[in-house]
Each structure stands twice: as C-alpha cells, then as structure tokens.
Ligand binder design. Structure first.
Ligand code: CO
Length: 204
C-alpha cells in the first residue's frame, strides 16, 4: 500500500496510546508544489478499501477536513495517491455565510460521505464562482464549473453509488475528483481573478 499509509497507521496508533482526551491526530495537508498533487491517483480494490489502514485513513481524513475546516478532502492532499475523497458541507459552516450568496451558489448542507473510484459525467451549463482549496492555502479564484454532475463510485463500504448533484455540491464533486486526476483549480481558474482570501473577503 506504500509508505504513506503505513506512516498514517502508526500515527493513529500513537494517538490512541497517548490519550483519548488529546485532540485527534490531524493529517498534514500538502500544498501546491508537492508532486503527489500532480499524480493520477490509483483506484482501490475492495480488499484495500476494507483494510484497517484505509479505514483508519478515512477517519483521519474526516477529522482533518472538519478541523481545516473544508467541505472536501481528497487522499492526494494528505500525500496518499488513492482514488478516495471525503465530502461534507456542514450546516454550521453555512450559517456564517450570507443567505444571498448561498442562494446564488445553490449551496445546501451535504451530509458526510466518502467517494471511492469515482467516474464523473458533467452536465448542464458552466457557471462561475470563487473557490478555494486547502492545498492552495490562503487564495481564491473564479473557476467555471458545470451546474450538474453525475458520479458513479463506491461508498465507504464498497457499495456502488450513483450521485446526481447540482449547485455547490456539484462543484465540490468536480473539485475533489479533479484532485484524483492530478488537477488543481489553478488549471481551470480565470488567472486574473486569483487573489488572497483577505482580498476576497474585502471585496465580498
Ligand atoms: Co482542493
């Protein structure tokens, strides 16, 4: 399974040994420039998905995403070249945003779930919004993405799923599945809209 997973497994064991009261161990989110973000991730076998290493990795990715906080995290972002991502758009994150923006983005809470070995089909018209990425920390840019997608994948238990998504959820899926193909939003953005989060907040 490669050294990354082994390292994570050890880190998880160390965490249990220390104390359950200490913050759960977070994974390091790699930043743009790390080659793993530019590689094509490998599909998982059912056996790999059910292994304690990968199940532990998924739990740590969930914690890391919530801690960031982010709405999605793909395995390459924590240095693991596997076709796997966690997604969750929590209601409490949305409460801090303007209802007008949420309505324009068609952004609604998305329950926590895992996508494995996804195949994506883009449908609908491209629409433009600012987005960011935990691996391009501190920046935002306008990225055109289609309004709707259909994703065929496995869930955490290896059961086949078909996800039909629109609005912000469709954007999250496109962004995370891009990570599994070594693509960052930097490749799709309108370069002249690229700015720091601080400038984005000032303009919003
Ligand atoms: Co990202």
């Amino acid at each position: 399974m490669g050294k990354h997973i082994l390292t994570i497994h050890k880190a998880a064991d160390a965490g249990r040994f220390k104390s359950v009261l200490i913050d759960p161990i977070k994974l390091k989110i790699v930043q743009t420039g790390d080659p793993v973000l530019r590689e094509k991730a490998r599909p998982l076998t059912l056996e790999q998905l059910q292994s304690s290493e990968v199940r532990g990795l998924i739990q740590l990715m969930r914690e890391t995403m919530r801690d960031a906080p982010g709405v999605g995290l793909a395995a390459p972002q924590v240095g693991v070249g596997l076709q796997l991502a966690v997604i969750e758009d929590r209601a409490e994150l949305l409460e801090r945003m303007s209802p007008e923006l949420l309505a324009r983005q068609k952004r609604r809470p998305v329950p926590y779930h895992v996508i494995v070995n996804p195949q994506i089909t883009l449908t609908g018209e491209p629409i433009e919004f600012f987005e960011g990425c935990l691996s391009v920390s501190g920046f935002m840019a306008v990225v055109p993405r289609t309004e709707q997608v259909r994703v065929e994948c496995w869930n955490e238990r290896g059961e086949p799923q078909v996800i039909e998504a629109d609005g912000w959820y469709a954007r999250i899926l496109q962004h995370e599945i891009d990570h599994l193909h070594g693509t960052l939003y930097l490749d799709r953005m309108y370069t002249r809209t690229f700015m720091t989060e601080e400038h984005y907040r000032r303009g919003a």
